[in-house]
Design a protein around this ligand. Structure first.
Ligand SMILES: [Zn+2]
Ligand SMILES: [Zn+2]
Length: 372
């Protein structure tokens, strides 16, 4: 069957004839791939800067943002059934029995770094006509989300971040644990960056009632600004509002959700978080050299204003379940803006060229023909 694969030793990215996957255990599921989203991680892998093939394989089948349809389920499978739309998780546990995270199925918090990731690290990905995986890594997506289900995996980044934001918000005595956060409670969030991770994060914040500002490079009045306004968020252009003026424009910033991957932007924005504010890093920076930073005011505010900074990567089953549920809420409230996030769909043959070219649009998706 056809798959899109990277050969790091040869520095080549091409379509390969990959062996047909087979179910070997009773809990395994055979899935027909429908769509696979492309992201910055795939581009790094395509530039041979990141990613590793499985042991003894000369190539890695790429793709980790998948939507598929169950073709066959093993006799012990209970979570999914043939015909179901499914999104499959990416990370698999490390083999160390002392890793408390992986032992409890939370390899997104793996201590050892010995985890594998489908399409990224030591395990083939989903950009193939079919794949097999264990049912426990699969999440069913309602049929009416067929055309946006590919956004579940990139949305899990915001979901895992917000699960943790709610955990730490419970430190504030006036926020009863489990009470809804949002503007009605005076909560303001700023999303840094208007790529897919940032815009999906903005939807996750809006649906929870946060007064949400999107801060990015594009001019005010442009497509990103209009998109933000269409979901009830406000847009600030970095060209009009330099970072030192951000807090003056927005007010007390309770949450910054960083989705730029640019250290120069992110660390300068640290100074903008307000009293009791939380700053979440989600972007992985490339190597762009040292930046200059006036750290004293940042450190002073962190202490004197009870601020909290954390980073988050990958996602557990709770974030996947939340992403599926939120996608249905986005679909009910903002069906047009939600669909506008997928800006291009291409056949698998186009994937090598797409990954070699600069990123364009918001989310580019590789679409496989649906077998009936
Ligand atoms: Zn991705
Ligand atoms: Zn581990």
């Amino acid at each position: 069957m056809r798959a899109v694969a990277v050969f790091p030793a040869e520095r080549s990215l091409r379509i390969v004839d990959h062996p047909e996957p087979r179910r070997e255990r009773d809990t395994e599921v055979l899935v027909d791939v429908l769509e696979v989203g492309l992201c910055g991680t795939d581009r790094e892998i395509a530039r041979f800067e990141y990613g590793s093939p499985p042991p003894r394989s000369p190539y890695l089948v790429i793709g980790h943002e998948s939507l598929g349809r169950v073709r066959e389920a093993g006799p012990a499978v209970t979570r999914v059934k043939p015909g179901d739309l499914v999104v499959t998780m990416v990370r698999r546990p490390c083999p160390d029995p002392a890793c408390r995270a992986c032992v409890v199925g939370r390899q997104d918090f793996c201590f050892t770094g010995g985890f594998t990731e489908r399409g990224i690290k030591g395990r083939h990905g989903f950009m193939a006509e079919r794949f097999v995986d264990d049912q426990r890594f699969m999440h069913v997506v309602p049929e009416r989300l067929r055309d946006v289900g590919v956004l579940v995996e990139p949305l899990t980044i915001a979901e895992k971040a917000l699960i943790q934001v709610y955990d730490v918000r419970a430190r504030l005595p006036w926020t009863a644990a489990g009470a809804p956060a949002g503007a009605e409670h005076g909560e303001r969030a700023v999303v840094l960056g208007a790529g897919p991770v940032g815009l999906l994060g903005a939807l996750a914040l809006r649906v929870r009632g946060f007064e949400t500002w999107v801060y990015s490079l594009e001019p005010e009045g442009g497509p990103k600004a209009r998109w933000a306004e269409s979901v009830g968020a406000r847009y600030l252009s970095a060209a009009r509002t330099p970072l030192p003026e951000l807090a003056a424009r927005v007010g007390n910033i309770d949450l910054v959700y960083e989705a730029t991957g640019a250290a120069s932007v992110a660390f300068r924005a640290l100074a903008a978080i307000g009293v009791n504010g939380v700053f979440v890093f989600t972007g992985v920076p490339g190597r762009k050299g040292p930046i200059e930073l006036d750290a004293e005011p940042i450190m002073r505010d962190l202490v004197l204003e009870n601020q909290l900074v954390f980073g988050t990567v990958n996602a557990g089953p709770d974030a996947f379940a939340a992403a599926v549920a939120d996608l249905a809420r986005f679909d009910a409230r903002w069906p047009g803006p939600l669909r506008a996030l997928v800006t291009a769909r291409h056949p698998p043959e186009d994937a090598p060229g797409l990954l070699a070219a600069p990123a364009a649009g918001i989310k580019t998706v590789v679409r496989f023909a649906e077998a009936r």
